[in-house]
Design a protein around this ligand. Structure first.
Ligand code: UTP
Length: 408
């Protein structure tokens, strides 16, 4: 992108000030800034401007989940169907590993964290072990796409190469980078982190399919006739990836997507739950739940909104393509964003001074024609590592791994 092109593009969105220090930069600095302008996803800015007018939630109603007794009764049949789709190569896996891991205090990729006690056990290693288990059951490897971000791409690739993809065939592993979104100040304008650098952060986990296509991997999806993608987070060290029973259940349900869900531990657990919104499957965040919804009961007297999502989804590709161009809602997080002031002096704020913009994968559910909530046993499939200590920490994940017979 040339200086003139950048100026025109920024003028169109009222952000020419990002070039205000261009003349003070070295030749390399100028090139880097132009490249960053070209690569940054500014499309969410108009949505920031309209945030006060954002529509609220639609009419919320309960959604029936496929629960454990039903799954157990059909487990063999689901498993066979799932294995047959893995054998034919119709299903691939997508790891969302572009997050910053701020709560855990990560400086690099979360997946490189070692949670072993007597020998190294890396978070990435646990994911590859689960993949290998189901690939072995199917008798062949499946394609595995890994989304990184500008902040952790190099280290993720380097780490996995060094560990030889924990024995998984390298030709089945594909990396792609997610987009970066600009951070905006209280006045709604994009912040500069340094005279030649825009303050940006990964644009959330909702843009993964668009980023996968932009990286050119549609070729693999088409050539290999992949029709389902199992998408999951980096931090659940007990999850099953391309679990044949889950695949079989979703495929035979005729739904366009499926979501692994866990029964809520208690009424106020901070987890997004599955529901119907205006008659369509959707996910409602815990902070959006009214007292009335929290207390609602179903016909059996159980809580009506009782199944929380764990970020393990199965999506049918033709349906993903249909929604790839439609925009997801943008979520705004009020954060302390290091930046420079009007004179170019660095500001290192302790308190929030700006907004980070993110798309969420859970918003994709509502855009698809159907979703099967599929119950899994929490103690067997849900050990997320989010925080340094307390709930959802390395300690709680270790305890669950040991409980499941894993040697640390
Ligand atoms: P989280 O919401 O837990 O965010 O991500 P995080 O960035 O890992 O951690 P915090 O909030 O900074 O502490 C859930 C999943 O979505 C991925 C994460 O890597 C994780 O697998 N993710 C999140 C992305 O791939 N990109 C993003 O921009 C954000």
């Amino acid at each position: 992108m040339t200086y003139e092109e950048a100026k025109t593009a920024l003028a169109a969105i009222g952000e020419e000030q990002l070039l205000s220090r261009f003349d003070t930069l070295s030749c390399d600095g100028q090139k880097a800034l132009l490249r960053q302008i070209e690569e940054t996803d500014f499309s969410c800015l108009p949505l920031f401007a309209a945030r006060g007018r954002a529509a609220g939630r639609g009419a919320i109603a309960p959604i029936p989940a496929m629960q454990l007794p039903e799954i157990e009764a059909h487990a063999e049949e689901f498993r066979e169907q799932g294995l047959s789709s893995l054998r034919s190569g119709a299903c691939a896996a997508v790891l969302l590993a572009g997050g910053m891991g701020t709560r855990l205090g990560c400086s690099g990729p979360k997946g490189v964290v070692d949670i072993g006690l007597t020998h190294p056990v890396y978070i990435f290693q646990r994911l590859f072990e689960s993949i290998a288990e189901n690939a072995q059951a199917a008798g062949r490897p499946f394609h595995f796409f890994i989304m990184t971000s500008e902040k952790n791409d190099e280290e993720t690739r380097g780490f996995l190469r060094k560990h030889r993809f924990f024995g998984y065939p390298e030709e089945y592993v594909h990396f792609f980078r997610q987009e970066m979104a600009p951070a905006v100040g209280e006045d709604g304008h994009v912040l500069l982190e340094a005279p030649g650098r825009i303050a940006t952060s990964p644009n959330g986990n909702g843009g993964w399919f668009v980023s996968l296509l932009k990286a050119g991997f549609d070729r693999i999806l088409q050539d290999e006739q992949i029709s389902w993608l199992n998408v999951f987070s980096v931090d659940n060290v007990l999850q099953k990836i391309c679990d044949p029973v889950f695949l079989g259940a979703v495929i035979s349900s005729g739904c366009a997507s499926g979501s692994k869900v866990i029964r809520k531990a208690n009424r106020d657990e901070r987890v997004g739950v599955m529901c119907l919104e205006d008659g369509k499957p959707s996910v409602i965040e815990y902070y959006e739940m009214s007292e009335e919804l929290l207390d609602a009961k179903d016909a059996q007297g159980d809580p009506a909104y009782n199944f929380g999502v764990i970020l393990n989804y199965l999506f049918r590709i033709p349906d993903l393509r249909k929604i790839a161009d439609s925009s997801l809602p943008v979520h705004f997080a009020h954060k302390a964003v290091p930046c420079i002031d009007g004179e170019g002096k660095p500001i290192r704020p302790e308190e929030p001074n700006g907004w980070k913009l993110e798309y969420f994968i859970l918003d994709m559910v509502k855009q698809l024609p159907g979703c099967l909530p599929f119950e899994v046993v929490r103690e067997k499939e849900f050990a997320p590592i989010k925080a340094k200590e307390g709930a959802d920490s390395i300690d709680t994940a270790r305890a669950l791994l040991v409980k499941n017979g894993y040697r640390l």
